[in-house]
Design a binder for this molecule. Structure first.
Ligand code: NAI
Ligand SMILES: O=C(O)C(=O)[C@H](O)COP(=O)(O)O
Length: 392
């Protein structure tokens, strides 16, 4: 890093967990005369003007800050960008690479939290599907739930493990991975044969756009894919699903076409669970009332999920600074009594493990004339009670 004499200035989204515990001079292995200043602002307020004023060396963000040419074209101070999130659709990674700015995200940080959110949603709406595999063969006459999972990366594959533990059938679709026990179906089969379809894909667009980096060279937008996911679930896809099939989106809002979804719910009375929204942080008028469960993009918001996000970008920054990490989230975590084995044995305790309807009620309480505005949506996320991740 070039800032070894003057110290390090970090500009950070104030919604990143435990910033003060991780990003100090001591924890970043700096000599005692060195300063590390950390400036915390709301993620949506991080803009080119603020960067020009503060000249940070390090930028720490979450999903609400777009990092791209528009933000960085006039900036020469930033050398490291860390996003304490799994998703990276808000970051133009190829632009950062072209500018020689190191980038790290927090892959997998909240995979259990999101999988547990999805399980909770399903079991809250359809409690009849509690069928731990040990009792399945002996007692149940009802066929097990068929869970369709679109995207079998960290979250999708973790969800598949929980589903299998409950004796459910998994139909999975991921065209970018080899076929496997769970990557075992086509897109059409997942949609047409599942009782519940859960989306776990990144937000991507068609591969195409060639852009110009600041230095003049041409590069491709990092969000381009041969299997784009924007509006993957549209009227055509919804028409393949039986009205009985529940749809859950905890990936990114624009993976589902919101107006097609509204029309589909009206037509089919489909049970739909949304944690993310096409026009987030706004929720379009009329949509909220049609949803079975709606939450303000908090599927990954557990104490563990958020702290792991911070740990992963902290470790990456330590690597960039060539120092050994000195802080560990294990030292910061309060005792956790939420055991998956207990929940599996006592399904009636689900509400104690995660009361998803309380999150739903908090979001609906913000609605005025059927609409939630962006500031209220963001505030719910900022003030979220942070639940606990179930342990093994
Ligand atoms: N609601 C929330 O709080 C959270 C949402 N997320 C979202 O969940 C997404 C998935 O997370 P991870 O599983 O950890 O990511 P991951 O990168 O481990 O897995 C994504 C999988 O989707 C697959 N995929 C890509 N395009 C596809 C397509 N067209 N059809 C089917 N599969 C496709 C990829 O091959 C990959 O295996 C993130 O990108 C993020 O946007 C992540 C964390 C929290
Ligand atoms: O990790 C991701 O990807 C997510 O969607 C985050 O958990 C969402 O949280 P924010 O980054 O928007 O706070």
């Amino acid at each position: 890093m070039t800032d070894t004499v003057t110290g390090i200035t970090i500009l950070a989204d104030s919604n990143i967990a435990s910033l003060d515990e991780f990003f100090t001079a001591t924890m970043l292995g700096q000599a005692t005369e060195q300063t590390v200043s950390i400036i915390k602002v709301a993620g949506r307020d991080i803009n080119a003007q603020l960067l020009a004023e503060l000249q940070p060396t390090i930028l720490l963000i979450r999903s609400v800050t777009s990092v791209n040419e528009a933000l960085l074209a006039d900036n020469e101070s930033v050398e490291f960008v860390g996003s304490a999130t799994i998703g990276t659709d808000h970051v133009d990674q190829d632009y950062l690479a072209a500018r020689n700015i190191t980038f790290a995200n927090a892959a997998g940080c909240s995979k259990h939290s999101v999988a547990q959110y999805v399980l909770t949603a399903i079991l809250t709406l359809r409690p009849q599907y509690w069928q731990p595999s040990t009792t399945l063969l002996m007692t149940s006459s009802m066929p097990p739930l068929t869970l369709g999972i679109i995207g079998l990366g960290n979250i999708g594959s973790t969800l598949a493990q929980y589903a299998t533990a409950l004796g459910w059938q998994v139909l999975g679709y991921d065209p970018l991975l080899h076929p496997s026990d769970t990557n075992n179906a086509s897109f059409e089969q997942v949609l047409s044969q599942s009782d519940v379809v859960s989306l776990h894909v990144p937000l991507t667009d068609k591969k195409s756009t060639h852009k110009k980096a600041a230095a003049g060279q041409s590069f491709q937008s990092s969000n381009g894919s041969d299997y784009p996911t924007r509006h993957l679930i549209n009227a055509e896809a919804l028409a393949m699903m039986s009205p009985h099939t529940m749809l859950i989106n905890s990936a990114r809002g624009p993976v589902v076409n919101a107006s097609d979804l509204e029309a589909d719910i009206e037509r089919n009375e489909r049970q739909v669970v949304l944690d993310v929204f096409e026009h987030e942080p706004e929720i379009s008028e009329g949509l909220l009332a049609k949803l079975a469960i709606a939450t303000p993009h908090i599927a990954g918001y557990t104490v563990e999920g958020k702290l792991r996000g911070t740990q992963i970008i902290y470790d990456a920054l330590c690597e960039k600074l060539a120092v050994a990490p000195a802080q560990s989230m294990q030292k910061l975590l309060p005792l956790n009594m939420f055991l998956w084995s207990e929940l599996k044995a006592h399904p009636d305790r689900l509400i104690k493990f995660y009361d998803i309807m309380q999150d739903d009620a908090s979001l609906r309480s913000q609605a005025v004339d059927g609409q939630v505005n962006g500031a209220d949506f963001d505030q719910l996320r900022r003030d979220y009670h942070l639940r606990r991740e179930w342990q093994f």
